[in-house]
Write a protein that binds this ligand. Structure first.
Ligand code: 5RP
Length: 218
């Protein structure tokens, strides 16, 4: 591994471990998806006797949680959560995010919305001034792929189908290249109007509350 990727992995681990500070006694913890969250789940396992369980945002995280003996609960049964911990692909100075590199954006958005506090855990490479360098993931109903693609072109984006990827919800992902997203709240709202769009990987209307870059709060 190069020094840079060593450093990235170390920051991800540190962020995942630091996020444990936000876990309260007896809590049901909302858990995101990705390599940074994998460190958080490993850390959560060390305090598993002190929590009631977790609500998971993906089959991948569910498998890791269960492997550690952490109970995975249904969001419909738990009601609102105090805490959601998840990674991101990009984060701007207002804690608005691009997420969905791991294709889990829809469930991530649901659990984030249901949570009082969203702690986002990243390494420094994810920080940007303006969102859009990372292609924006959009989950779509399969039959609407071309329709949504045309609408995106009309909005000045370059849509690329993530061929071969099927989400946990049975849908497809379009990654939009070439956008410098000056107003993420407005773009999120506009994209959500297109029929066939299930979820947009912009977390702008509901940004993170706390961002941990390694062990430091941004
Ligand atoms: C998955 C996500 C992840 O949080 C995002 O892709 C960051 O992943 P990683 O921690 O592996 O860099 O949004 O859908």
């Amino acid at each position: 591994m190069s020094n840079a990727s060593n450093d990235t992995a170390a920051q991800k681990r540190l962020a995942g471990e630091t996020a444990i500070r936000y876990v309260e006694e007896g809590a049901v913890v909302g858990v995101g998806t990705g390599s940074t969250v994998a460190y958080f789940i490993d850390a959560l396992a060390t305090v598993k006797e002190r929590i009631r369980g977790a609500v998971s945002s993906s089959e991948q995280s569910t498998a890791q949680l269960r492997k550690h003996g952490i109970e995975v609960l249904d969001l419909n049964a738990t009601g609102p959560l105090a805490l959601y911990v998840d990674g991101a692909d990009e984060c701007d100075p207002h804690k608005r995010l691009i997420k969905g590199g791991g294709a889990a954006l829809t469930r991530e958005k649901i659990v984030a919305e249901a949570s009082a506090k969203f702690v986002c855990i990243i390494d420094a490479s994810k920080r940007v001034d303006v969102l859009g360098r990372f292609p924006l993931p959009i989950e779509v109903i399969p039959m609407a792929r071309s329709l949504v693609g045309r609408e995106i072109v009309a909005l000045g984006g370059n849509p690329v189908w993530r061929d071969g990827v099927v989400t946990d919800n049975g849908n497809w992902i379009i990654d939009v290249h070439g956008w410098q997203i000056a107003d993420p709240v407005a773009l999120e709202r506009e994209l959500n109007q297109i029929p066939g769009v299930v979820a947009v990987g912009l977390f702008a209307r509901r940004p993170a509350d706390v961002v941990l870059v390694g062990d430091r709060e941004m």
